[in-house]
Structures are given as C-alpha cells and as structure tokens.
Design a protein around this ligand. Structure first.
Ligand SMILES: Nc1nc2c(ncn2[C@@H]2O[C@H](COP(=O)(O)OP(=O)(O)O)[C@@H](O)[C@H]2O)c(=O)[nH]1
Ligand SMILES: [Mg+2]
Length: 228
C-alpha cells in the first residue's frame, strides 16, 4: 500500500483550512501537512485542531511552501498538493490518486477544464492564460493537458529527482515541464473547482500576483523547452 501525504500551502486561510483538513481526513486517514508562512490569522491553529501537522516555511512564496511540505512528508510515497482556500474538493482525491495506485501514471493533474467549474470561480484572464500555456506546453513538450492544475499528485521519489528550483510562482509549471522532459507518465483527471470560501486570493485575484505568475509561468515554460 502506498503512503499518501496531502500538502496544503496556506497563507491566511482561516475559515477555509479547518473545514478542508477535516474533509480530507474524512475521505481517508491521510497525513495532512499544512504549510503556513506566518499567517496573521488563525490558519495554523485551525489546521492543527482539524488534525493537520503544521509546518512553517522559512520564506514567503507558494513554491517555498510546497518544498517545505515535501521535506516534512518523510513517510510519503505519494504527495498530493492542494490549495488551502477550499476551492478544490476532497471528494476528488480518490479519482486523483487512482491512476498512481493502478500504476498507470506517476503524476496526475487535476483539470478544472475537464471537471465542473463554478461560474466565476476562475477569473477570465487566468482561464485564458491557463488555456494558452497548456497549449504551448503541449506543443513544446508533447503533452496533452488542458489546465495547469495545482491540485495534483506525484510519486515522491520522482519529484525529488526533478530537483525543483522555482520557489515562488513557477513551481507548478516547473514540475510539469521537467516531468515531461524526464519521461514521467502524466495524466489528467477532471476535478471540480469553486470560488474560495473565505478570505482573499494572493495570486490570480491580484494585479501583482497575476503579473508575476504570468511572467514566471511563461519564463519556465520556455526555459526548459530547448535546454539540454
Ligand atoms: N504558505 C503559503 N501559501 C501560499 C502562499 N501564496 C499562496 N499560498 C496558498 O496557495 C493557495 C493558492 O493561492 P490563492 O490565493 O488561492 O491563489 P488563486 O487560487 O490564484 O486565487 C492558497 O492555499 C494560498 O493560501 C505563500 O506565500 N505561502
Ligand atoms: Mg485559490
């Protein structure tokens, strides 16, 4: 049996994180690691009360948080990354994990385009950007993906071999393109997506986050396309 750890980067996700962790643990008694970056609200307390292990990332940034979660997930064979804003559904976890458990894939990306997306859950600029970059990646890396889903699962050993360098907005993109280059078997499954429950967006809902994410996503997509 493969050991699964769910890693949830969370910055000021009080009101969301407790319910999310509880629901994940109701699906299966998995280890849940919430990676906090000194949230100014009760994110850490809520996560702990719901049964998560809480670790603090040394530096701000989505990638730093994911990397700190990976280091803390000592017993995992498979890692799941999930947003902490309750926009993804823990009920989709079995579907996300099944291609790995059935040995049909090494990495599984949750596609919001293939699944049920609540109207307004993804701002139009993000939807267009994801569409554009997915197609670009399909051409450059011979993939066939429809989204850059942050809700994803990957075998831990293979992730370690990717030697991740992008510690902010580029982390999810780096994982996809390096996996493609490394011949890691990647599939998509449909996942549902809804608007965050409480609090505010740090990435696609802000001008700064959108510009930085766009810059890093495109930069990383091109950087590894022709690299030896
Ligand atoms: N620990 C940590 N989590 C972060 C950071 N930036 C974003 N997150 C989390 O990453 C997830 C996605 O961010 P979110 O604000 O929802 O971005 P959006 O989905 O593009 O609006 C959420 O769980 C955030 O709390 C960060 O710097 N540190
Ligand atoms: Mg979000």
């Amino acid at each position: 049996m493969l050991n699964v750890t769910v890693i949830i980067p969370a910055l000021n996700e009080a009101g969301n994180i407790g319910k999310l962790v509880q629901e994940v643990r109701a699906i299966a008694p998995l280890e849940v690691i919430v990676v906090d970056n000194n949230s100014t609200d009760s994110t850490a307390e809520e996560a702990r009360a719901a049964g998560a292990k809480v670790v603090t990332a040394p530096q701000r940034g989505y990638g730093y948080a994911c990397a700190a979660g990976v280091s803390a997930a000592q017993n995992a064979d498979v890692l799941v990354f999930m947003d902490g804003d309750y926009s993804f559904s823990p009920a989709d976890l079995p579907l996300l994990l099944s291609p790995i458990f059935n040995d049909q894939a090494d990495m599984v990306l949750g596609s919001r385009e293939l699944g049920l997306m609540e109207s307004g859950a993804m701002p139009p600029h993000q939807r267009f950007g994801n569409w554009l970059v997915s197609r670009l990646m399909n051409k450059l890396y011979r993939l066939s993906i429809t989204d850059l889903g942050p809700f994803r699962a990957i075998r831990r050993q293979l992730l370690n071999e990717l030697d991740m360098q992008e510690m902010t907005y580029g982390w999810p993109t780096e994982m996809i393109v390096k996996a493609a280059r490394g011949g890691i078997r990647t599939v998509e499954v449909p996942v549902s997506y809804k608007s965050r429950r409480f609090g505010s967006s740090k990435v696609s809902g802000t001008v700064r986050g959108t510009i930085l994410a766009g810059w890093f996503i495109l930069g990383v997509t091109f950087r590894y396309a022709w690299k030896n």
